[in-house]
Design a binder for this molecule. Sequence first.
Ligand code: DMJ
Length: 477
Amino acid sequence: MNTSVYSRRRLLGMLGSAGAAAGLVTVTGPTALAATPGAAAPTASTDWAAVAQDVRSEFRWAWQNYATRALGYDQILPVSGGHSDFFATGHSVGLSLIEALDTLWVMGLDSELSQAIDWIRNSLPSFDIDASFQVFESTIRVVGGLAAGYYVTGEPLLLQLAVDLADRLLPAFTKSPTGLPYRFVNLHTGAVSDPNTNLAEIGTYLPEFGVLSQWTGDAKYYNAAKQALRAAWDRRTSLNLLPYGIHAETGQWTTSTATIGPPADSFYEYLWGGYRLFGDTELLGWYQAATAAILQYQSDTKRGNLWFAQVDANTGAKVDTGQSELAAFYAGLLSNSGYAGPAAAYQASWNAVQNKYGVLPEGIDYANLRATSKGNALRPEFVDSAFKLWINTRDERYRQQAYTHYRNMKSTSKVAYGYTVLNDVTSKTPARGDFCPGYWWAEQTKYYWLTFSDTNRFDYANHFLSTEGKILLGARK
Ligand code: DMJ
């Protein structure tokens, strides 16, 4: 798969008319596929243990299809039964199985977990690959997946591979004159490319790199990730806002617009994450200052719902009322970091969208809730926030929101060999693509399981999940 474009935007494109050119097969659902917008909420008598077992059995079924048809490839194409590479054509690294490691563990799917680790042991000796890999995606998906796999299983090979890959990614940081990482690095030569980057791709490293520093005793990973955050924060505007685009070599902003959505989103998540996981109070100060500015200048109430506008980072003037589905993560972040009021309000806004469409579209105009990007790339952000709000408040509505999300995914995205993306959630019979993203194995499936199961493998009171849903704290062994 071509990795020249920021992946989330790439997925948006793939879901549109460019899908066929990108290798997607569009099929129309054979039966009544539509999710049920505004469906009756599950009742107080819902048997959550049974719902959890249903999630686990769906995950196991999808795993068996992946293992039979695509083991070791980055992604299964769940309609055709084919497979695809993610980072570089011809260079699959078993992305989906690495993403799945800690999900398999926390679900107690131990023989499937052994199958995944056996593949890694026998077929993934190192990351010495002569191809350019995207630093951001390699870190959150692969370094994070291996690190979480090591954390939950104690298997030393997984740590060794996570360190091997992180070492190969480090030139993106060390070769940059500002410490803002380049977007790509050749894993064999260390050659770096594309300094034209953004907040998410310069600031989503600290939890993954930080645990490597803790486990190896080498501070270089933590320091590289922290310096990238510092280099951006030092360039904030007088309003404490950050534009989303930046040039890694010059350190100049390439846009003036601030957003909580892509391509900025997880930058804010990791200011908080660096404090939560490592107690770095400097990061807490940056996070709180950034959040105060976002709440002051970007929050916007329309028809009683809270949203976050794109604004000019220098003046605070509103730029537009678009809202990416990816921004739905922000309710969970606000909740985890103690901003309970706006967290609940923002989650309620996205729940109104779920009630309207059944499955969230990729993008809306929050002025009228109209879908501006009608596909759904099997996104986890809404249920990520429902899961966090459920744990933090134990308010039953959030578990019910997660259940609605699960049922609607099952009724619209389940196909012959797994779960697939949708091309138009506004249609009664949404046309489907043929693609299951790696994060499906790491994120929503894990959030559903943790929300419904009350498993004793997870510490519900003290845990940390990365932006890609990897458990880096809170495994109970
Ligand atoms: C995931 O890869 C991560 O959550 C990332 O931070 C943004 N969202 C995608 C899935 O939508």
